[in-house]
Design a protein around this ligand. Structure first.
Ligand SMILES: C[S@@+](CC[C@H](N)C(=O)[O-])C[C@H]1O[C@@H](n2cnc3c(N)ncnc32)[C@H](O)[C@@H]1O
Ligand SMILES: [Zn+2]
Length: 404
C-alpha cells in the first residue's frame, strides 16, 4: 500500500540537480530565498546551499571512482533529504544511503521524498539523533564509505561518531557555519569547540578551515585514524572540508605531525607555521610581538589531483551553478600547493599608506621577480605567494611609484 503524505505546512516541489523534492514553501514563512536561515519553516531547506550540494555530488562521484567499488553513504542530519537523495540518484555506484533527522516533520518529508524518487530499495530514512544513528552503524560490517555532516552551526559534536562510522579509506564531508568563532570573533567559543585559538587576520577564512581540519585530525587520531584532506573551501556563510581517513596508529601519528600553529606579525605582516609554540613569539623579521592561531592543520588542505578530477567532473555536468563551480574549482586547483595564508592586496596597501593596486598588476610584478603567486578562492583580492612580506611591501611600493 502506498503511504499517503500530506505536509502540515505550505510546501512546494523544487527541482535540484536530477531530482525533484517537496520542500517548505519559504515565501509562506516570510523568508527571502537568499537569506541563510530559512529556519522559521518547520523543516529546514536552504536553496542557497544548492551550490554546496552540487559540489558534494561532484566530489562523491570522483571519490566513488577513486575507490572503485559500490559505496554506502550516511547523512545523519538530512532534513528534507535532498542531499542524500541526490547522492543516490546522481552518483554512480551508490548502493545504500542512510538518512536521519531528529525533527519529525523533516523525517516524514524525507521519507516522502525518498518514496517519490523511487529510492525505497536503496535509501532508508530514520527518525533519531545523529550520534545514535552513527554509533549504531559503527560495527565493521555496517560502516559507510561516505559520511556527510551538514549541521546548524558547528559540526564538532558529531565528529567522533562520524569517524567511528567510516570504513577504512572512507570520506568524511563536513560543513561548519559557525564562522564567528572560527574567524576569531568569539575566541573562547572556538577554543572550547575546536581546541584551537583563532586569529582575526585578513586570512581568517583559511584559518577557519585549518582549525576545523586540525580538530578533525585530532578527533580521528583518538580512534587511531589518520586524515588526508582532499578538498576544502570557504563559500558564502560556511566552510566545507572533505577528508579521507586511513586506519592505523601510524597514519594517525603522521597526520598529527601536520597539526601546529601559525604565527603572525601585525607589525610587518610576516607569517610562518611552526609545529610548537616556544619562546616569546618574537617576529624574526622586525622583532615585533607575534600573535598565533592554533593548534590547527598546517599541512595541505587540498589534493591538487583530486581537485583537478572534480574540476573535470564539473565540465561534464550541467548544474545551474556550473560557472560558479568552475571558478571556485579552478582557483582551488591553482592554490592547492601554494603556501599557508594569503595577502589581501588592499590591506597591505592600506597598511603601507599606498593607494590600492589591481590584483593582476601585483601578480604580474611578483611573477616578473620570479616568485610564485596565485589568486585565492578565499578572497577575491587575496594572493598566495612564496614572496616574503618584506618583498611584497617593496614590490607594492615600486608598483605605485611606477604608476605615479
Ligand atoms: C542544516 S540542516 C541539514 C540540511 C540538509 N543537509 C540539506 O542539505 O538540505 C540540519 C538538520 O539537522 C537536524 N538536526 C539537528 N540536530 C540533530 C541531531 N542531533 N540529530 C539529528 N538531526 C539533527 C535538524 O533538524 C536539521 O534538519
Ligand atoms: Zn614582524
Amino acid at each position: 500500500m502506498v503511504e499517503e503524505y500530506k505536509a502540515s505546512f505550505p510546501s512546494e516541489i523544487v527541482r535540484e540537480g536530477e531530482v525533484e523534492v517537496l520542500v517548505p514553501k519559504l515565501s509562506a514563512f516570510g523568508v527571502v530565498p537568499s537569506d541563510y536561515a530559512p529556519s522559521r519553516a518547520p523543516v529546514f531547506f536552504n536553496p542557497v546551499m544548492e551550490f554546496n550540494r552540487d559540489l558534494s555530488v561532484l566530489v562523491v562521484r570522483v571519490y566513488q571512482r577513486l575507490v572503485g567499488h559500490e559505496i554506502g553513504v550516511c547523512e545523519p542530519l538530512a532534513s528534507q533529504g535532498v542531499r542524500g537523495i541526490r547522492y543516490a540518484v546522481e552518483v554512480g555506484g551508490v548502493s545504500r544511503v542512510l538518512l536521519c533527522d531528529i525533527n519529525h516533520n523533516a523525517y516524514e518529508l524525507a521519507r516522502h521524498n525518498v518514496r517519490c524518487n523511487n529510492l525505497l530499495d536503496r535509501v532508508v530514512v530514520e527518525f533519531g539523533e545523529a550520534n545514535c544513528v552513527l554509533n549504531c552503524n559503527a560495527s565493521p560490517k555496517r560502516r559507510f564509505d561516505v559520511v556527510d555532516i551538514d549541521p546548524f552551526g558547528s559540526p564538532v559534536s558529531f565528529l567522533d561518531s562520524a569517524f567511528r562510522a567510516l570504513r577504512n579509506r572512507g570520506l568524511l564531508a563536513v560543513t561548519a557555519t559557525d564562522l564567528a568563532p572560527l574567524c576569531g570573533v568569539h575566541v573562547k567559543a572556538c577554543v572550547r569547540k575546536y581546541g584551537g585559538k583563532p586569529m582575526r587576520t585578513e586570512y581568517c577564512h583559511e584559518l577557519a578551515v585549518r582549525l576545523l581540519a586540525g580538530c578533525m585530525a585530532q578527533v580521528a587520531a583518538r580512534q587511531d585514524m589518520g586524515v588526508k584532506f582532499l578538498f576544502s573551501h570557504s563559500s558564502d556563510h560556511y566552510i566545507r572540508v572533505y577528508a579521507q581517513v586511513g586506519y592505523g596508529c601510524k597514519r594517525a601519528d603522521e597526520s598529527l605531525r601536520n597539526v601546529g600553529y601559525i604565527l603572525h606579525c601585525f607589525n610587518c605582516l610576516h607569517r610562518e607555521s611552526v609545529s610548537q609554540l616556544s619562546g616569546g613569539l618574537v617576529c624574526s623579521v622586525c622583532g615585533g610581538k607575534m600573535d598565533y592561531a592554533g593548534p590547527l592543520w598546517v599541512g595541505s588542505i587540498n589534493d591538487a589531483s583530486f581537485v583537478d578530477s572534480v574540476f573535470s567532473e564539473n565540465c561534464a555536468a550541467v548544474f545551474r551553478g556550473r560557472l560558479r563551480l568552475d571558478k571556485l574549482l579552478s582557483l582551488v586547483k591553482a592554490e592547492a600547493d601554494a603556501p599557508v595564508s594569503y595577502f589581501v592586496v588592499d590591506n597591505v596597501c592600506k597598511k603601507l599608506g599606498l593607494p590600492a593596486v589591481s590584483v593582476q598588476s601585483f601578480l604580474d610584478a611578483l611573477h616578473k621577480e620570479g616568485f610564485k603567486a596565485v589568486q585565492t578562492h578565499f578572497n577575491t583580492r587575496g594572493i598566495k605567494t612564496d614572496a616574503s612580506a618584506a618583498i611584497m611591501r617593496k614590490l607594492l611600493g615600486q608598483l605605485v611609484a611606477d604608476k605615479a
